[in-house]
Design a protein around this ligand. Structure first.
Ligand code: KG4
Ligand code: ZN
Length: 340
């Protein structure tokens, strides 16, 4: 069985082909066309520009994905598409493309939740099926920071989320304050690596010790802004220190709350997903802390190429929901705030 999946939820145009043979998943192609350079000058994603780019990129990315999969159109058994959450003008581009394709091929269309895609990205590689459940999933991206209790595929309960900015958004906004460019996460993590000694940058860990499972990152961004004003000039050494401290503050809060949730709900696995989990330091520190505090808990994190937005994860989610095919195309709509 082959599934062709499309994701245009934000600023990446992504198409992948997944093959399932004897219950084994194999990604035949995973093409992502990034618009980062285009949006960099605005310091963030400009939705109408992203929409136009998706329209232009979709046919090209589609051709590349098919070519890489060495497949013919007639080999495709299902078409899958992200319907939310995300930027609605962008989501619609993917949906319209998927509808047309599904009609042309006379193959069923499956709608997918982007957040579930980030969670199930963990099933792409390695021998991870069956999952050890229940699990606590932390999804950390540019738009979301959520802790989700997972009892099965399709069985999710949101237990906590950010009350303001997402963790990725905090990386992006802090980088903008420091004049580092967009997207902030990879730039901050690269600079943080060159940090050597603390001089005077100390930032808060918002909501780290609250009893709930919620987060808040807008105060951290504001703290960065105020702290930068204390310096006459931000030289490269201070910039590096800021990067290290911003990254560490975000990691500290994410680890603390995730492990708290894992203990409170007595889960068997911790599952991470979303663009921020591409962060090397976060990956390492999560592993160390889980090993130290709850060593019997399984720790799943996707390969970095499946952490950031991609369509392979959408194909995998579609595979597990293939029985929920869309019967009427009128019912498939973009929903920017779709919940799990
Ligand atoms: O999941 P994703 O690709 O798109 C959304 O669904 O939002 O996540 C994008 C976010 C951006 O905020 C970006 O700065 C962050 O993920 N990100 C990182 C890293 N790579 C991407 N954050 C920290 N460290 C990274 N290495
Ligand atoms: Zn995402």
């Amino acid at each position: 069985m082959k599934i062709l999946a499309i994701d245009t939820s934000c600023d990446d145009t992504a198409i992948a082909v997944l093959e399932i043979r004897n219950l084994k998943l194999e990604i035949l192609s995973n093409v992502v066309s990034s618009q980062v350079k285009l949006h960099a000058k605005y310091g963030g994603v400009y939705p109408m520009l992203a929409k136009r780019e998706h329209l232009k990129n979709l046919p090209l990315v589609f051709k590349r994905a098919l070519r890489q999969a060495q497949g013919k159109l007639s080999d495709i058994d299902y078409v899958a598409v992200t319907v939310g959450p995300g930027l609605e003008p962008c989501l619609w581009q993917g949906i319209n493309f998927a509808k047309e394709l599904s009609e042309k091929l006379k193959k069923p269309l499956i709608s997918v939740n982007h957040i579930e895609g980030h969670i199930l990205a963990n099933l792409i590689e390695g021998n991870r099926i069956p999952l050890k459940l229940p699990a606590i999933c932390l999804v950390v991206s540019g738009g979301h920071t959520q802790l989700i209790l997972m009892k099965g595929i399709g069985k999710y309960r949101l237990v906590g989320e950010t009350r303001d900015d997402a963790a990725g958004e905090c990386f992006d906004k802090a980088a903008r304050i420091l004049g580092l460019g967009y997207p902030g996460g990879p730039i901050i993590s690269k600079l943080a690596k060159t940090y050597r000694e603390r001089v005077s940058v100390c930032l808060p860990r918002p909501m780290m010790y609250t009893k709930d499972y919620d987060f808040s990152f807008s105060g951290l961004k504001t703290a960065v802004l105020y702290k930068t004003k204390e310096f006459k000039k931000i030289n490269s050494k201070i910039k590096t220190e800021f990067c290290h401290e911003i990254q560490q503050a975000i990691i500290d809060v994410l680890i603390k709350k995730t492990i708290k949730a894992a203990k409170d709900f007595r889960v068997k696995s911790i599952i991470l997903g979303g663009g921020v989990t591409a962060n090397r330091e976060l990956r390492k520190q999560f592993g160390e802390r889980i090993n130290k505090e709850i060593p019997d808990t399984k720790y799943l994190i996707p390969d970095t190429k499946y952490s950031t937005d991609n369509a392979a994860m959408i194909a995998v989610a579609a595979y597990f929901h293939r029985n929920k095919k869309v019967k009427n195309f009128q019912n498939i709509k973009a929903n920017g705030n779709l919940s799990l």
